[in-house]
Design a protein around this ligand. Structure first.
Ligand SMILES: Nc1ncnc2c1ncn2[C@@H]1O[C@H](COP(=O)(O)OP(=O)(O)OP(=O)(O)O)[C@@H](O)[C@H]1O
Length: 302
Protein backbone atom coordinates (compact mmCIF):
# COMPACT_ATOMS: atom_id res chain seq x y z
CA UNK A 1 0.00 0.00 0.00
CA UNK A 2 2.84 2.37 0.80
CA UNK A 3 4.47 1.66 -2.58
CA UNK A 4 1.17 2.46 -4.34
CA UNK A 5 0.90 5.65 -2.28
CA UNK A 6 4.40 6.66 -3.38
CA UNK A 7 3.52 5.99 -7.01
CA UNK A 8 0.33 8.05 -6.78
CA UNK A 9 2.15 10.93 -5.10
CA UNK A 10 4.83 10.97 -7.80
CA UNK A 11 2.29 10.72 -10.64
CA UNK A 12 0.11 13.53 -9.32
CA UNK A 13 3.02 15.60 -8.02
CA UNK A 14 1.34 15.91 -4.63
CA UNK A 15 2.76 17.84 -1.68
CA UNK A 16 3.20 15.10 0.90
CA UNK A 17 2.57 11.49 1.79
CA UNK A 18 0.67 10.93 5.02
CA UNK A 19 0.81 7.56 6.75
CA UNK A 20 -1.83 7.35 9.44
CA UNK A 21 -0.79 4.48 11.69
CA UNK A 22 -2.21 2.75 14.73
CA UNK A 23 1.07 2.61 16.62
CA UNK A 24 4.82 2.43 16.39
CA UNK A 25 6.49 0.56 13.57
CA UNK A 26 9.89 -0.06 12.00
CA UNK A 27 10.63 3.52 10.93
CA UNK A 28 13.82 2.57 9.10
CA UNK A 29 11.88 0.14 6.95
CA UNK A 30 9.24 2.79 6.19
CA UNK A 31 12.00 5.26 5.29
CA UNK A 32 13.37 2.67 2.83
CA UNK A 33 9.94 2.27 1.20
CA UNK A 34 9.57 6.02 0.64
CA UNK A 35 13.18 6.73 -0.33
CA UNK A 36 12.09 7.72 -3.86
CA UNK A 37 10.03 10.71 -2.72
CA UNK A 38 11.49 14.15 -2.27
CA UNK A 39 8.33 15.43 -0.58
CA UNK A 40 7.71 15.18 3.18
CA UNK A 41 6.49 11.86 4.50
CA UNK A 42 4.32 12.45 7.57
CA UNK A 43 3.83 9.60 10.01
CA UNK A 44 0.90 10.22 12.33
CA UNK A 45 0.08 8.12 15.40
CA UNK A 46 -1.86 8.88 18.55
CA UNK A 47 0.72 8.36 21.25
CA UNK A 48 3.82 10.60 21.04
CA UNK A 49 5.91 7.81 22.63
CA UNK A 50 5.26 5.67 19.55
CA UNK A 51 7.04 8.20 17.35
CA UNK A 52 10.45 7.59 18.83
CA UNK A 53 12.98 7.11 16.05
CA UNK A 54 10.68 8.43 13.28
CA UNK A 55 12.42 11.80 12.92
CA UNK A 56 15.87 10.15 12.91
CA UNK A 57 14.67 8.01 10.00
CA UNK A 58 13.92 11.19 8.04
CA UNK A 59 10.13 11.07 8.51
CA UNK A 60 7.94 13.89 9.83
CA UNK A 61 6.42 12.70 13.12
CA UNK A 62 2.98 13.88 14.19
CA UNK A 63 1.22 12.98 17.45
CA UNK A 64 -2.58 13.14 17.23
CA UNK A 65 -3.82 12.18 20.71
CA UNK A 66 -7.11 11.05 19.19
CA UNK A 67 -7.09 7.37 19.91
CA UNK A 68 -10.82 6.70 20.09
CA UNK A 69 -11.78 9.04 17.25
CA UNK A 70 -13.13 7.81 13.91
CA UNK A 71 -10.61 7.50 11.12
CA UNK A 72 -11.82 10.57 9.20
CA UNK A 73 -11.47 12.73 12.27
CA UNK A 74 -7.93 11.44 12.82
CA UNK A 75 -7.10 12.13 9.18
CA UNK A 76 -8.52 15.63 9.44
CA UNK A 77 -6.56 16.30 12.62
CA UNK A 78 -3.36 15.09 10.94
CA UNK A 79 -3.90 17.41 7.98
CA UNK A 80 -4.72 20.39 10.17
CA UNK A 81 -1.67 19.85 12.34
CA UNK A 82 0.57 19.35 9.32
CA UNK A 83 -0.77 22.57 7.78
CA UNK A 84 -0.30 24.41 11.09
CA UNK A 85 3.30 23.16 11.21
CA UNK A 86 3.67 24.33 7.60
CA UNK A 87 4.69 20.87 6.46
CA UNK A 88 1.92 21.09 3.86
CA UNK A 89 0.30 24.12 2.23
CA UNK A 90 -3.24 24.80 3.45
CA UNK A 91 -4.39 24.22 -0.13
CA UNK A 92 -1.97 21.43 -0.96
CA UNK A 93 -2.56 17.88 -2.20
CA UNK A 94 -1.79 14.95 0.06
CA UNK A 95 -1.79 11.20 -0.49
CA UNK A 96 -2.96 9.48 2.69
CA UNK A 97 -2.44 5.78 3.42
CA UNK A 98 -4.41 4.49 6.40
CA UNK A 99 -6.55 1.76 7.97
CA UNK A 100 -10.01 2.64 6.67
CA UNK A 101 -11.72 -0.65 7.45
CA UNK A 102 -9.57 -2.84 9.61
CA UNK A 103 -7.49 -1.59 12.46
CA UNK A 104 -3.78 -2.29 12.25
CA UNK A 105 -3.88 -2.90 8.48
CA UNK A 106 -3.12 -0.27 5.88
CA UNK A 107 -5.99 -0.92 3.51
CA UNK A 108 -7.01 2.50 2.13
CA UNK A 109 -5.49 5.26 0.04
CA UNK A 110 -7.02 8.70 -0.53
CA UNK A 111 -5.87 11.59 -2.66
CA UNK A 112 -6.88 14.65 -0.66
CA UNK A 113 -7.05 18.14 -2.07
CA UNK A 114 -7.13 20.47 0.87
CA UNK A 115 -9.38 23.44 1.05
CA UNK A 116 -7.80 26.85 1.02
CA UNK A 117 -10.11 28.00 3.79
CA UNK A 118 -8.80 25.30 6.08
CA UNK A 119 -7.82 27.20 9.13
CA UNK A 120 -8.06 26.20 12.67
CA UNK A 121 -6.55 27.74 15.64
CA UNK A 122 -3.85 25.82 17.40
CA UNK A 123 -2.35 26.29 20.82
CA UNK A 124 0.61 27.87 19.06
CA UNK A 125 -1.57 30.60 17.53
CA UNK A 126 -2.99 31.29 20.94
CA UNK A 127 0.38 31.65 22.60
CA UNK A 128 0.93 34.77 20.53
CA UNK A 129 -1.90 36.47 22.36
CA UNK A 130 -1.20 35.15 25.79
CA UNK A 131 0.62 38.31 26.78
CA UNK A 132 -2.47 40.14 28.03
CA UNK A 133 -4.88 37.30 28.89
CA UNK A 134 -4.05 33.78 30.15
CA UNK A 135 -4.19 31.07 27.52
CA UNK A 136 -6.77 29.13 29.55
CA UNK A 137 -9.28 31.98 29.36
CA UNK A 138 -8.65 32.76 25.69
CA UNK A 139 -9.06 29.13 24.76
CA UNK A 140 -12.36 28.80 26.65
CA UNK A 141 -13.75 31.97 25.06
CA UNK A 142 -12.62 31.02 21.56
CA UNK A 143 -14.06 27.50 21.93
CA UNK A 144 -17.37 28.96 23.08
CA UNK A 145 -17.37 31.48 20.24
CA UNK A 146 -16.69 28.73 17.69
CA UNK A 147 -19.61 26.73 19.13
CA UNK A 148 -21.92 29.73 18.90
CA UNK A 149 -20.82 30.43 15.32
CA UNK A 150 -21.33 26.82 14.30
CA UNK A 151 -24.50 25.96 16.19
CA UNK A 152 -26.42 29.22 16.45
CA UNK A 153 -29.51 28.89 18.63
CA UNK A 154 -32.73 27.08 17.77
CA UNK A 155 -31.90 27.04 14.08
CA UNK A 156 -31.02 30.72 13.94
CA UNK A 157 -27.53 32.13 13.33
CA UNK A 158 -26.16 34.06 16.29
CA UNK A 159 -23.44 36.70 16.33
CA UNK A 160 -21.83 38.03 19.47
CA UNK A 161 -18.79 39.68 20.99
CA UNK A 162 -16.56 38.88 23.99
CA UNK A 163 -14.09 41.46 25.25
CA UNK A 164 -11.59 39.74 27.52
CA UNK A 165 -9.17 41.27 30.00
CA UNK A 166 -8.38 44.83 31.15
CA UNK A 167 -11.96 44.89 32.46
CA UNK A 168 -11.86 48.20 34.34
CA UNK A 169 -10.65 50.11 31.32
CA UNK A 170 -13.05 48.33 28.97
CA UNK A 171 -15.99 49.31 31.19
CA UNK A 172 -15.10 52.96 30.77
CA UNK A 173 -16.08 52.55 27.11
CA UNK A 174 -19.22 50.47 27.70
CA UNK A 175 -22.85 51.05 28.63
CA UNK A 176 -25.89 48.82 29.14
CA UNK A 177 -27.96 48.09 26.05
CA UNK A 178 -30.65 46.47 28.20
CA UNK A 179 -31.06 44.64 31.51
CA UNK A 180 -27.81 42.81 32.21
CA UNK A 181 -28.66 39.34 33.54
CA UNK A 182 -25.21 38.84 35.06
CA UNK A 183 -25.07 41.92 37.19
CA UNK A 184 -25.16 41.14 40.88
CA UNK A 185 -24.83 37.39 40.39
CA UNK A 186 -22.52 35.25 42.45
CA UNK A 187 -19.17 34.49 40.79
CA UNK A 188 -19.98 30.79 40.41
CA UNK A 189 -22.74 31.66 37.89
CA UNK A 190 -20.34 33.78 35.87
CA UNK A 191 -17.27 31.56 35.46
CA UNK A 192 -16.95 31.07 31.74
CA UNK A 193 -14.82 27.95 32.03
CA UNK A 194 -17.79 26.15 33.59
CA UNK A 195 -19.83 24.28 30.92
CA UNK A 196 -23.13 25.26 32.60
CA UNK A 197 -22.18 28.93 32.47
CA UNK A 198 -21.24 28.48 28.81
CA UNK A 199 -24.73 27.14 28.03
CA UNK A 200 -26.28 30.20 29.72
CA UNK A 201 -23.96 32.48 27.80
CA UNK A 202 -25.16 30.92 24.52
CA UNK A 203 -28.68 32.09 25.41
CA UNK A 204 -27.60 35.60 26.34
CA UNK A 205 -25.46 35.79 23.17
CA UNK A 206 -28.70 36.11 21.18
CA UNK A 207 -29.29 39.53 22.73
CA UNK A 208 -27.63 42.74 21.55
CA UNK A 209 -24.27 43.88 22.85
CA UNK A 210 -20.99 42.51 24.15
CA UNK A 211 -19.85 40.33 27.03
CA UNK A 212 -17.11 41.79 29.18
CA UNK A 213 -14.98 38.99 30.62
CA UNK A 214 -12.19 39.29 33.17
CA UNK A 215 -8.74 37.88 32.40
CA UNK A 216 -9.43 35.03 34.84
CA UNK A 217 -12.61 34.05 33.01
CA UNK A 218 -15.55 35.66 34.86
CA UNK A 219 -18.33 37.40 32.94
CA UNK A 220 -18.41 40.86 34.50
CA UNK A 221 -21.08 42.35 32.23
CA UNK A 222 -23.21 41.38 29.26
CA UNK A 223 -25.37 43.31 26.78
CA UNK A 224 -22.85 46.14 26.66
CA UNK A 225 -22.62 48.66 23.85
CA UNK A 226 -19.07 49.79 23.26
CA UNK A 227 -18.39 53.38 22.37
CA UNK A 228 -14.98 53.66 20.79
CA UNK A 229 -13.74 55.69 17.87
CA UNK A 230 -12.69 53.82 14.74
CA UNK A 231 -10.47 56.53 13.33
CA UNK A 232 -7.15 54.73 13.63
CA UNK A 233 -8.34 51.40 12.32
CA UNK A 234 -7.80 49.61 9.06
CA UNK A 235 -10.36 46.88 8.53
CA UNK A 236 -11.40 44.46 5.82
CA UNK A 237 -14.29 45.76 3.76
CA UNK A 238 -17.69 44.30 4.49
CA UNK A 239 -17.38 43.95 8.23
CA UNK A 240 -20.12 45.68 10.21
CA UNK A 241 -20.28 47.71 13.39
CA UNK A 242 -19.78 44.79 15.79
CA UNK A 243 -16.43 43.96 14.20
CA UNK A 244 -15.35 47.60 14.19
CA UNK A 245 -16.20 47.92 17.87
CA UNK A 246 -14.39 44.64 18.58
CA UNK A 247 -11.20 45.85 16.95
CA UNK A 248 -11.41 49.41 18.28
CA UNK A 249 -11.70 48.42 21.95
CA UNK A 250 -8.43 46.49 21.67
CA UNK A 251 -6.71 49.63 20.45
CA UNK A 252 -7.90 51.62 23.45
CA UNK A 253 -7.26 48.90 26.06
CA UNK A 254 -5.13 45.79 26.61
CA UNK A 255 -8.17 43.57 26.10
CA UNK A 256 -8.53 40.90 23.45
CA UNK A 257 -11.83 40.69 21.53
CA UNK A 258 -13.42 37.57 20.19
CA UNK A 259 -16.25 38.24 17.77
CA UNK A 260 -18.66 35.82 16.10
CA UNK A 261 -20.13 36.96 12.82
CA UNK A 262 -23.84 36.35 12.63
CA UNK A 263 -23.78 36.16 8.86
CA UNK A 264 -20.97 33.59 8.44
CA UNK A 265 -20.26 31.99 11.83
CA UNK A 266 -16.62 33.02 11.44
CA UNK A 267 -14.81 33.85 14.66
CA UNK A 268 -12.26 36.66 14.63
CA UNK A 269 -9.88 37.61 17.37
CA UNK A 270 -8.49 41.13 17.65
CA UNK A 271 -5.59 42.46 19.69
CA UNK A 272 -4.02 45.93 19.53
CA UNK A 273 -6.52 46.79 16.76
CA UNK A 274 -5.30 43.96 14.52
CA UNK A 275 -6.95 40.80 13.37
CA UNK A 276 -4.87 38.03 14.96
CA UNK A 277 -6.91 34.94 14.25
CA UNK A 278 -9.73 34.06 11.92
CA UNK A 279 -11.47 30.77 12.46
CA UNK A 280 -13.90 29.42 9.94
CA UNK A 281 -16.00 26.78 11.73
CA UNK A 282 -14.10 23.55 11.10
CA UNK A 283 -17.08 21.55 9.92
CA UNK A 284 -17.34 23.95 7.02
CA UNK A 285 -13.62 24.08 6.37
CA UNK A 286 -13.08 20.73 4.76
CA UNK A 287 -15.68 18.94 2.73
CA UNK A 288 -15.20 15.25 3.26
CA UNK A 289 -16.84 12.61 1.17
CA UNK A 290 -18.46 10.06 3.42
CA UNK A 291 -17.40 6.51 2.76
CA UNK A 292 -20.22 4.45 1.35
CA UNK A 293 -19.11 0.91 1.83
CA UNK A 294 -21.44 -2.03 1.92
CA UNK A 295 -19.88 -5.38 2.77
CA UNK A 296 -21.02 -8.29 0.61
CA UNK A 297 -24.08 -10.08 2.00
CA UNK A 298 -23.14 -13.31 3.76
CA UNK A 299 -24.95 -16.35 2.32
CA UNK A 300 -26.34 -14.37 -0.64
CA UNK A 301 -27.33 -15.79 -4.03
CA UNK A 302 -23.90 -15.41 -5.61
N1 LIG B 1 -20.48 49.14 19.38
C1 LIG B 1 -21.03 47.95 19.60
N2 LIG B 1 -20.86 47.35 20.80
C2 LIG B 1 -21.42 46.16 21.05
N3 LIG B 1 -22.18 45.49 20.17
C3 LIG B 1 -22.38 46.04 18.96
C4 LIG B 1 -21.82 47.28 18.62
N4 LIG B 1 -22.19 47.59 17.37
C5 LIG B 1 -22.96 46.55 16.95
N5 LIG B 1 -23.09 45.63 17.90
C6 LIG B 1 -23.88 44.40 17.85
O1 LIG B 1 -23.76 43.84 16.57
C7 LIG B 1 -25.05 43.58 16.03
C8 LIG B 1 -24.99 43.55 14.53
O2 LIG B 1 -24.37 44.68 13.99
P1 LIG B 1 -23.72 44.61 12.53
O3 LIG B 1 -24.63 43.85 11.61
O4 LIG B 1 -23.33 45.99 12.13
O5 LIG B 1 -22.44 43.74 12.88
P2 LIG B 1 -21.44 42.97 11.95
O6 LIG B 1 -20.07 43.34 12.40
O7 LIG B 1 -21.81 43.12 10.51
O8 LIG B 1 -21.64 41.49 12.35
P3 LIG B 1 -22.29 40.25 11.59
O9 LIG B 1 -21.24 39.66 10.71
O10 LIG B 1 -22.59 39.46 12.76
O11 LIG B 1 -23.51 40.71 10.84
C9 LIG B 1 -25.90 44.64 16.67
O12 LIG B 1 -27.26 44.23 16.68
C10 LIG B 1 -25.32 44.71 18.06
O13 LIG B 1 -25.87 43.68 18.88
Amino acid sequence: MIAVGVELLNKRDGDALLLLLDGSTDWIRIAGLVADIEKPVIVAVDDPADLEGAAEAGLVPLALNKEKAPVLERLQEALLEAAADEVIRPNGDVVAVYSGFQQGRLDSISYLQLDERMRRFTSRDLQQIESSVPLKTIKAVVDLAVDIGREGREGKAVGTLFVVGDTRKVMEHASDSGVDPYRGYNKSFRYLLDPKVQEDAKEIAQLDGAFIVSADGYIERSRQMLEVSHDDLKMTKGLGSRHWAAAAITLKTKAVSVVVSQSTGTVRLYQNGFLILQIVPTNKAIKWQEFSFEPPQAGGDD
